[in-house]
Design a protein around this ligand. Structure first.
Ligand SMILES: [Zn+2]
Ligand SMILES: [Zn+2]
Ligand SMILES: [Zn+2]
Ligand SMILES: [Zn+2]
Length: 123
């Protein structure tokens, strides 16, 4: 059977349709947008997640613009809004505003502090 490849919506890398994550950018949902809080699929036109109620836009800590959060990237400046879980055993990419890692459940503290610093630098 031929392998059917589809581009990752985040980085464009061609990946197997049944792959559980993108090898290149690490996205766990390479075929559609998802809520960074509960990982349920969302649409770009949604304002809040229909599953957990999280607001689906936030202020980018890098450029200060309001951005959709389902892409893991700022719409305006293109900076990634994902950080690696600080647990060495896990290391999953997490949305920067997540208080806890959605993969291992450990609190994300160090990375949150880094983002706070960046935010202070935004004028
Ligand atoms: Zn990718
Ligand atoms: Zn959600
Ligand atoms: Zn930005
Ligand atoms: Zn983790």
């Amino acid at each position: 059977m031929a392998t059917y490849k589809t581009p990752c919506i985040f980085c464009g890398e061609l990946i197997d349709r049944d792959a559980r994550f993108c090898k290149k950018c690490g996205s766990r949902t390479p075929f559609g947008y998802h809520c960074p809080n509960c990982l349920k699929p969302i649409d770009r036109s949604d304002t809040v997640c229909s599953s957990c109620g999280r607001s689906l836009s936030t202020q980018c800590p890098y450029c200060g613009s309001s951005t959709f959060i389902g892409t893991g990237q700022c719409d305006s400046c293109g900076q990634t809004l994902l950080i690696h879980c600080e647990s060495k055993l896990c290391g999953e990419l997490q949305f920067f505003e997540n208080k806890k890692c959605t993969a291992c459940g450990k609190p994300i503290k160090k990375a949150a502090k880094q983002i706070e610093k960046i935010k202070k630098g935004v004028k």
